[in-house]
Design a protein around this ligand. Structure first.
Ligand code: HEM
Length: 526
């Protein structure tokens, strides 16, 4: 039984007005806080007018799926997929809303409306605010992270710029991690729990780059940060079931952040303390032997009250949470796809990897030349990537789309990635067919070489979001995943025992991987 099945409530079908009132009250309160308005409770008359207007604006957007509060939890079952697909089919290039237990989610369909969101200013549609809400960042992480996401610029610049310089270490850790976690794999087929292994290997490689030796091999540190993202998502899901007014109380008791901070402090405090002391000793940021890693980049950029040990530790945890879960699940999904690919496709990918490694060695440059592998992985993410709600934006002031529909301030909008990637008419030829060289061929068209690389964002490919807020860690994630799959291709044969990939399961908008699936590995035989 899943978390969401656990908390679902039997539908009653009779509470629609209550739902509307509850949503309206929540949205009115959130919108008023966003604009520094007087608290709505200070003027009940104003609240009623605001709720009436909001109700009217929300009513103008069609609803798909359950409309009553108690049945809204049905969305968090496999019915979520049916509801979204129904809305996608019914309103092509249009807008609809679905009821979630704590709010309306407004879904925008199609390229044209996504383009509108890209052009909107942060004062109109805001990604950070939507993330702060979705992950209850004030409570599950810290209020400083919610208020000042300076780490995004660090991921975008030093973390991404240093990939080439750090590639030798990434490669070393990758090989060691595979050797260690797949120690039993020899010439006979061995069963391997792919989901678990994906987290272990990504945890090791990511941490070698983020925090270096010896911490990247510390079992307590790895255990903490490979589970931390799940803790954040789970706590946020429960906190978000409480009405706005009770969230501070719920947040205080339901967050796991204090316990995680305690564990992290034991391991990180001495490292940060030592680096701050060296800085002081040498009178500045540059000192001999300074590690070129995430801890140093955070210390270099932290300002004012954010420049202390506690705040730096919280920031490291937050970045690990953004990086490890997403990269591990993408790696696992890619392994599932590779294990069921035809021998000719595997052969083709191997030839490409072998030739490039022979010419360029294991380097960032070599990895970027693996165009067939890149296409295979981008297609895997398009075809069967976890999807979910992407391009989440909080509506900061009433926003009118180019099709004339207005979404009210205080609501949240997004796009359903899977439906967009499988659109039957608009974007991809035969979208329900897995075509490993789809993007390779598209890159051959004049001027399109860079446009269809795996990390390139595009109105038709939403794995990393789109526009100015698209994922800043996507370059690191893609180089890592490509290197890991290239290593698997050169070193192992893989398959599923019965030749069939495990079934996916839908949870609301998410296409969930089978976390218990067992794959077969043996040393490469050809
Ligand atoms: C395959 C792996 C990954 C996937 C699929 C992924 C996906 C995403 C998506 C969909 C968004 C939202 C973008 C939008 O709404 O427009 C996002 C944001 C973000 N990602 Fe990633 N991500 C991945 C890896 C990483 C890594 C490795 C890091 C850190 C090194 C990272 C850090 C972030 C951060 C900090 C944000 C928020 C950006 C902001 O506030 O502007 N991600 N990611």
């Amino acid at each position: 039984m899943t978390f969401f099945e656990n908390v679902s409530v039997a539908p009653t079908g009779a509470t629609r007005p209550v739902l509307l009132l509850l949503y309206s009250a929540t949205i009115v309160m959130e919108a008023s806080q966003g604009y520094g308005m007087a608290h709505p409770a200070s003027s009940p008359g104003l609240v009623l007018i605001a709720m009436y207007l909001l109700h009217k604006k929300l009513n103008a957007i069609p609803t798909v799926g359950p409309t009553d509060f108690l049945s809204a939890s049905r969305f968090w079952t496999e019915q979520g997929w049916d509801i979204l697909q129904e809305g996608y089919n019914k309103y092509p290039n249009g807008i609809f809303k679905v009821a979630l237990p704590d709010q309306w989610m407004i879904i925008i369909n199609g390229r044209r409306l996504i383009e509108d969101t890209r052009k909107a200013s942060e004062e109109e549609l805001n990604m950070t605010e939507s993330l702060n809400d979705a992950l209850a960042v004030h409570y599950t992480l810290t209020k400083e992270i919610a208020l000042d996401p300076y780490h995004v610029a660090i991921i975008r610049t030093p973390l991404t710029r240093n990939i080439a310089a750090g590639f030798g270490e990434i490669k070393e850790e990758m090989e060691l991690a595979f050797t260690e976690y797949l120690a039993d794999v020899k010439n006979d087929w061995v069963k391997i729990p792919a989901y678990k292994i994906s987290f272990q290997i990504v945890g090791r490689v990511t941490n070698r780059y983020f925090v270096g030796l010896p911490l990247c091999r510390d079992s307590d540190w790895l255990d903490l940060n490979t589970h931390f993202a799940i803790d954040v998502f789970m706590s946020a899901a429960i906190i978000n079931m409480f009405p706005q007014i009770l969230k501070p109380l719920a947040g205080r008791f339901l967050t796991k952040m204090p316990a995680s901070m305690k564990r992290a402090t034991k391991l990180l405090q001495p490292i940060i303390q030592d680096r701050l002391a060296r800085e002081e000793e040498h009178g500045g940021k540059a000192w001999p032997g300074k590690p070129n890693d995430l801890i140093s980049w955070l210390i270099d950029e932290a300002k004012g009250g954010l420049r202390n040990i506690h705040q730096i530790i919280a920031r490291v945890l937050a970045i690990e949470a953004a990086a490890i879960n997403t990269t591990s699940t993408t790696l696992c999904n890619s392994l599932y796809q590779l294990a069921t690919a035809s021998p000719s496709i595997v052969q083709m990918l191997r030839e490409e990897v072998d030739e490039i490694i022979a010419e360029y060695g294991w380097s960032k440059q070599g990895i970027s030349k693996m165009c067939k592998l890149d296409s295979f992985l981008r297609e895997t993410s398009r075809f069967s990537g976890a999807g979910g709600f992407v391009n989440r934006r909080k509506v900061m002031k009433d926003f009118t789309f180019s099709n004339g529909v207005t979404v009210p301030a205080g609501t949240t909008l997004c796009t359903a990635a899977y439906m967009h990637h499988h659109d039957k008419v608009s974007y991809y030829e035969n979208p329900d067919t897995f075509d490993p060289l789809r993007f390779y061929r598209m890159r051959e068209h004049e001027g399109a070489n860079l446009r269809y690389q795996m990390f390139a964002t595009d109105l038709d490919f939403l794995m990393f979001g789109s526009g100015r807020n698209s994922c800043p860690g996507r370059f690191f994630a893609v180089y890592q995943i490509k290197a890991l799959i290239a290593h698997v291709l050169t070193t192992f044969d893989i398959k599923f025992e019965n030749g069939v990939a495990p079934a996916y399961k839908w949870y609301g908008p998410e296409k969930g991987l089978d976390t218990k699936a067992v794959m077969m590995f043996r040393k490469r035989q050809d």
